[in-house]
Design a protein around this ligand. Structure first.
Ligand SMILES: C[S@@+](CC[C@H](N)C(=O)[O-])C[C@H]1O[C@@H](n2cnc3c(N)ncnc32)[C@H](O)[C@@H]1O
Length: 255
């Protein structure tokens, strides 16, 4: 998929994103996989510098920190999101769970090095995926772990992007897992992947479909025919319920 150079903030869709989070187990399974990989790669460490790219409102991180049984005694967390309202929310949420937290609306202002770099479903919207993956890798400390989670061509929401944008003869303006693999190879960064299955379920009403469309298509939702977009959910509908079996990929980079 190709990309246009622009920023996609969640600023206007906080409530729609919340609805999605309340109707899926994506955070739960993604967090479980992330904690397993952190433990395997880093073991029980006493001090950790952690950068999260595209932190959102911080729910994912706060819950991970609460569930992390081998949490280091000293933890410094750096948060990045283009939505500065989210950065503030996230900082407030994790404040009591770490020793130190800083936030920024741009990666460039945080130099690292970081022992752990994570990004949960945010790199779709990077302005330039090559520069961003290179920038993250440069900030990773020797012996560190980078854990990036994202959907690919098999992900149902990415599939909706592909179908809707091809209907209006436009390229999808976001990156997906398949672009990561190509870009990491081009940059000579060794990686492994892990597939994570998840599910989204909600009552099948027009109102709920519209909320989900706002979340999936964000500020571009008005560019498409609404009846067409609403019909994209038909294939997932049974007995008044939308049920989307889904999967994502985790990319793991060790230095
Ligand atoms: C799907 S949300 C994920 C939020 C959080 N990581 C979570 O798991 O709930 C995507 C996030 O990426 C942020 N974002 C979009 N473009 C970005 C960019 N270029 N740099 C950093 N964050 C970005 C959005 O504002 C939003 O908070």
């Amino acid at each position: 998929m190709s990309n246009v150079s622009r920023q996609t903030s969640y600023e206007n869709i906080h409530d729609d994103y919340r609805f999605f989070l309340e109707h899926c187990n994506e955070h739960e399974v993604g967090r479980g996989a992330m904690l397993e990989e952190i433990f395997q790669a880093l073991g029980p460490v006493s001090a950790l510098r952690w950068l999260d790219f595209g932190c959102g409102g911080g729910e994912f991180l706060a819950e991970a920190l609460e569930q992390w049984t081998a949490k280091p005694a000293s933890l410094r967390l750096s948060l990045v999101d283009v939505d500065s309202g989210y950065v503030e929310q996230a900082m407030g949420r994790v404040n009591a769970l770490v020793d130190q937290v800083e936030g920024s609306d741009e990666l460039e202002s945080l130099s690292g090095p970081f022992d752990l770099i994570t990004s949960n479903h945010a790199l779709y919207f990077a302005a330039d995926i090559e520069a961003t993956l290179k920038g993250l890798n440069e900030r990773l400390a020797e012996g560190g772990l980078c854990f990036l989670q994202i959907g690919g061509l098999e992900n149902q929401f990415c599939r909706m992007w592909t179908e809707a944008y091809s209907k209006v003869n436009q390229p999808v303006p976001y990156y997906i897992a398949d672009d990561f693999a190509v870009t990491l190879e081009k940059l000579g960064i060794a990686f492994s992947t892990r597939r994570i299955d998840c599910v989204t379920r909600f009552a099948d009403t027009v109102e709920n479909r519209k909320i989900m469309l706002n979340f999936i298509f964000m500020d571009a939702v008005g560019r498409f025919d609404e009846a067409y977009l609403l019909s994209l959910f038909d294939r997932y509908s049974t007995n008044g319920q939308i049920s989307m079996e889904n999967n994502n990929l985790c990319f793991l980079v060790r230095k």
